[in-house]
Design a binder for this molecule. Structure first.
Ligand code: NAP
Length: 250
């Protein structure tokens, strides 16, 4: 009998998981995307796009499509969909697992300032630097809109206004190497960085570059995984969890 796995996606890890599951003979795999990115990278297996209509909508989808396991592989900062996943899975008694890349932690030579939100980051910035490299995603720039410094904003899709008066937008999709990031920071004379603390190797290069230049980094901490939802740090961990559940069900 085939097992239907629904992956809530939008991350590199979700794509890698879909590829790993698509190779399995008795597995139907569907990835769900919010539909924010106009031309997402190719994904193995089935694809559905757009919101479900809250936790109830997601629960209805789980039932109608007979989903056997739900993997929340969304970005660590996508807290709303993660809460819906936990709630919907609870309603339908569908096992749920969060795939969360390990978070970053400061190493030797890092000058890090931890904050809990974008407004908190904005409050701290003026005392740290005037040329800011902002990679917190296309949304939420309003938090920085009142600041006078020069902002270099890098995102995959054009960022939503309002944004700071002196903003330069760089549209690009990673991964980036440390050499790329060093060149960018030097060219734009960046003196402070604001990434979201999403973790993951694909985005860590800018942190290594910041360390080399002794530039301060304001790290926005990620929200916790919803209570009661177990998590795995990588694709191998998710596969082991799925196999463990299958063995249990035999
Ligand atoms: P969010 O605030 O947690 O979710 C807002 C709403 O978007 C949800 O209530 C849901 O609508 C819909 N949604 C989100 N992810 C979805 C998915 N994978 N499939 C179907 N519907 C989804 O989410 P967000 O922070 O805007 O992120 C949206 C997507 O971008 C996620 O898939 C995430 O993995 C990806 N992403 C986010 C970030 C970030 O920094 N937040 C960074 C990179 C990628 P309904 O209530 O109608 O179901």
């Amino acid at each position: 009998m085939s097992t239907h796995v629904l992956i809530l996606g939008g991350t590199t890890e979700a794509r890698a998981l879909a590829a790993a599951l698509a190779d399995r003979p008795a597995c139907r795999v569907t990835t769900s995307l919010a539909g924010r990115v106009t031309s997402p990278a190719r994904i193995d297996g089935e694809l559905r796009t757009g919101g479900f209509g809250g936790a109830e909508g997601l629960a209805a989808w789980l039932r109608e499509e007979r989903v056997d396991a739900l993997i929340d592989a969304t970005h660590p900062f996508a807290a709303v969909i993660s809460a819906h996943a936990a709630e919907a899975a609870g309603h339908c008694a569908v096992p749920v697992l969060a795939l969360r890349r390990p978070g970053w932690s400061a190493g030797r030579g890092d000058v890090w300032h931890d904050v809990r939100s974008l407004p908190e980051a904005a409050e701290l910035l003026p005392e740290l630097g005037r040329r800011v490299f902002l990679t917190t995603g296309r949304q939420g720039l309003a938090a920085f809109a009142g600041l006078a410094g020069h902002f270099l904003v890098r995102s995959v899709e054009p960022p939503d206004p309002p944004m700071p008066a002196h903003t330069e937008v760089l549209l690009a999709r990673g991964p980036f190497t440390v050499a790329d990031e060093l060149e960018l920071l030097r060219t734009h004379r960046i003196d402070v960085l604001v990434p979201k603390g999403g973790g993951g190797a694909a985005t860590a290069a800018r942190l290594v570059a910041a360390r080399e230049l002794s530039a301060p980094v304001v790290v926005v901490r990620r929200p916790p995984v919803p209570a009661g939802v177990p998590s795995a740090p990588d694709v191998a961990g998710v596969l082991a969890w799925l196999d463990g559940r299958a063995d249990h069900g035999r």
